[in-house]
Design a protein. Structure first.
Lengths: 585, 155
């Protein structure tokens, strides 16, 4: 289909754009930035903030550039003194209803409203502040919702409802009294919220932020009675650099190893190691079902805690299909407080296990049930997000750029390319196929790049030929896409039919963990793609690219776990699920 | 949440009729409020199962429109007009009297659950200002001294 092109003029620059292009996007192509606050590339324009108004010659009314398509022959003015003044007033009005607490706000220096106020040179509160005291929701262990800071842009509501299909957040009330909240006076932990944190990643201000636990990490590090150890997730290594003005997708794994050592961690582990271990457990689980009990398929992946919460709330009928394998975070922590502790003669109670994740739901996962204390005490002590690690680094005095390339500590730090791709949508499936093929056939796949499961398409399907047997797989990311897949399974089950797929990978966030709710701000598909590219580069550069080739994983089985899905592996590395109510009251 | 709320046959029929039509939510919420006098939380939860809509959406709508109530109203509904004429003629005094001397808060209900109070915009009989309405009975040219006597009638 050929696109119809239209000719327009923006501030005297003539350009051609496809019909239907918004004035905002057209201006971008002309090298002009129109200020926005409510607009976000991931979401539909809501035209609520009013900052992006522009003039069209011959039209009396000013229009909002985000929500207006350019039309052929239009002459558009995006910047002049009148528009500047209007935008400034809009900002001043927003500021009259926003606390002037930038210095103590978590978004200080990283806030879209603050940046605009700076750019527009706002020096005084022109309009009398109209602040009302509002409740701060601290009910979850993942997120803080400070409604007074909310500017009602609606990004969080849209991402929660349309992208994630969770519907924890809604505009409650109207006008000045509008609150972003769950239905019916509930707090987030009583609501359908799955703690994915996409609201926090999309909030332009400090109204929804991750629960900051950096201080807890320092406390543990400074406690001389504690043996502090740390792990970090696959997706952290390709996004962390953004906090230090590096390109998205730049792999900084080795610098993170040095950084964490400098912080004082006694051992630096890599969640990629336990991603490989997850593949051995989950892959073996799949192979066992596939060979011995195909009627029990599909198997659905369970590494994503937002997804686990969603399934327990909305699809209890599918719990039997859920892989019992824990997430890599929980597997590594369990091994740190058992295997590593025993090997090094440390009392597990003295181990302080920190985990750096691209995810806010991981903060919830560590105490979701008693299986998360497989070592006898809570396996993971603190989870901080990539964003928190950036802040922690900046306050530590360590110059990140100047750090040497370091190494992870042996055994729980070694990984293959299969472990690293856990950080992107399709990665767990690809890693699982690489090893499942071997486990079933005892032969290696000739081409281990499973490209049909890669990329940002919401639902990806593929058929894998394992020596004549077809394995149908599906990969979904972004919970609204996941719902489509799950409803098909539910339907097939209700009718007693075979489900359309044998193996399903789910990640709650769009793009997978690279687009996680705890990653550096400003995510768009362009950034997701760059981080994804970084992950696949890391995979390509890895010496071994299949989990069953990880020598340290083999060693842990030999020395400690016996074999995948052994009794001991089940005790430490597997969990169970329960039906949870969507609303707690 | 364990106990289910019962809908009348009429309400169930109405929901069935509107289930798949556009604009169903508002229509159904009106009917629910007609039946219960407000939209009980359990009714809202039941609706999420009967029509494909989330509780968040329902509460978004209920809290946006002034008309819908989330709390069970008192036995009698008091409405005081605050339109221009009534306001100038002392509508606020009537409200103050009801609030301070009878414990009936605006947009709330007295502790004994007998009276609910709502301030209205013009009810259209400015000649009678200030006006108070109790369950459709209009009291015009009202003074706050008359209030105790009027309320006594509603026991």
């Amino acid at each position: 289909m050929t696109e119809t092109m239209i000719k327009i003029k923006i501030n005297e620059t003539e350009l051609e754009v496809p019909a239907g292009t918004s004035i905002l996007d057209a201006a971008k192509q002309a090298g002009i930035k129109i200020p926005t606050l409510c607009y976000h590339e991931d979401l539909l324009p809501t035209a609520s903030c009013g900052l992006c108004i522009v003039k069209i010659k011959g039209m009396n009314k000013k229009v909002r550039a985000c929500a207006t398509a350019a039309e052929n022959g239009q002459e558009i003015i995006t910047h002049d003194s009148e528009l500047y003044n209007i935008r400034k007033i809009v900002l001043e009005l927003i500021l009259s209803n926003h606390p002037n607490e930038c210095l103590t706000c978590q978004r200080n220096g990283n806030c879209e409203l603050q940046t605009l106020a700076k750019e527009f040179g706002i020096r005084e509160q022109v309009f009398k502040p109209q602040l009302k005291p509002k409740n701060i929701d601290k009910s979850t262990t993942s997120l803080i919702l400070d409604r007074q800071k909310c500017i009602s842009c609606g990004r969080c509501v849209q991402v929660c409802q349309n992208v994630q299909d969770v519907w924890a957040l809604e505009f409650i009330g109207r006008g000045f009294n509008t609150n972003i909240a769950p239905a019916g006076d509930l707090e987030l932990n009583e609501s359908p919220c799955v703690k994915c944190g996409q609201c926090s990643a999309h909030c332009p201000v400090g109204a929804i932020v991750e629960k900051d636990e950096v201080d807890k990490v320092w406390e543990g590090l400074n406690d001389t009675t504690k043996h502090a150890v740390v792990q970090f997730a696959p997706a952290v290594r390709v996004a962390f650099g953004e906090g230090f003005k590096l390109e998205s997708g730049e792999i900084v794994t080795n610098k993170i190893y040095s950084l964490l050592k400098k912080f004082g961690f006694k051992a630096v582990f890599d969640t990629n190691f336990s991603a490989d271990l997850t593949i051995m457990e989950e892959g073996s689980e799949f192979v066992d079902k596939f060979l011995n009990n195909p009627a029990s398929l599909p198997l659905i992946t369970s590494c994503c805690p937002g997804w686990v919460d969603y399934l327990e709330k909305y699809y209890p009928c599918c719990i039997e299909h859920f892989s019992t394998a824990k997430s890599p975070q929980q597997m590594l922590s369990a091994l740190a407080k058992t295997y590593y502790a025993e090997k090094n003669g440390i009392d597990p109670k003295d181990i302080f296990m920190v985990s750096v994740m691209p995810c806010t739901a991981k903060k919830y996962e560590i105490s979701r049930d008693e299986n998360m204390s497989a070592s006898g005490i809570q396996d993971t002590d603190v989870v901080i997000t990539t964003r928190e690690l950036v802040r922690m680094t900046k306050s530590s005095g360590i110059i990140f750029d100047a750090l040497p390339e370091g190494k992870a500590d042996s055994i729980l730090g070694e990984y293959t390319g299969a472990g690293t791709i856990f950080g992107v949508t399709g990665g767990v499936m690809e890693a699982a196929i690489r090893s499942a093929y071997y486990l079933i056939t005892k032969e290696e796949l000739s081409d281990i790049n499973i490209t049909p499961v890669r990329g940002l398409k919401g639902v990806k399907e593929a058929e894998i030929d394992i020596k004549g047997t077809k394995v149908r797989v599906a990969v979904a990311h972004g919970l609204s896409n996941v719902k489509k897949v799950m409803n098909k399974i539910k339907e097939a089950k209700a009718k007693g039919e075979e489900t359309p797929w044998h193996f399903i990978e789910v990640m709650a966030c769009v793009g997978g963990c690279v687009g996680g709710g705890g990653q550096p701000y400003g995510v768009t598909n362009t950034i997701r793609n760059k981080r994804t590219e970084g992950i696949y580069t890391d995979d390509k550069q890895s010496k071994a690219r299949c989990s069953h080739h990880n020598p340290m994983v083999q060693k842990v089985y030999e020395e400690y776990l016996d074999h995948p899905n052994s009794h001991k592996a089940h005790d430490l590395l597997h969990t169970s699920y329960t039906h949870r109510p969507v609303y707690l009251k | 949440m364990s106990e289910q709320i019962n809908f009348s046959q009429e309400l169930n029929d109405y929901i069935a009729e509107w289930k798949d039509k556009p604009g169903n939510l508002i229509m159904i919420l009106h009917k629910v409020q007609e039946e219960f006098g407000y939209v009980p939380r359990k009714a809202a939860l039941k609706l999420t199962e009967m029509i494909d809509v989330t509780l968040a959406k329902i509460y978004g709508v209920i809290t946006f429109y002034h008309y819908f109530k989330l709390e069970e109203p008192g036995k009698y509904q008091i409405q005081v007009c605050m339109g221009t004429a009534c306001y100038l003629k002392g509508g606020q005094d009537i409200i103050d009297e009801l609030e301070t001397n009878f414990g009936i808060p605006v947009n709330g209900t007295s502790e004994d659950r007998k009276f609910s109070l709502e301030a209205l915009r013009c009810v259209g009989c400015c000649g009678l200002a200030p006006v108070m309405i109790i369950d459709k009975q209009v009291y015009g040219k009202l003074t706050k001294e008359e209030i105790p006597g009027i309320l006594k009638k509603y026991q």
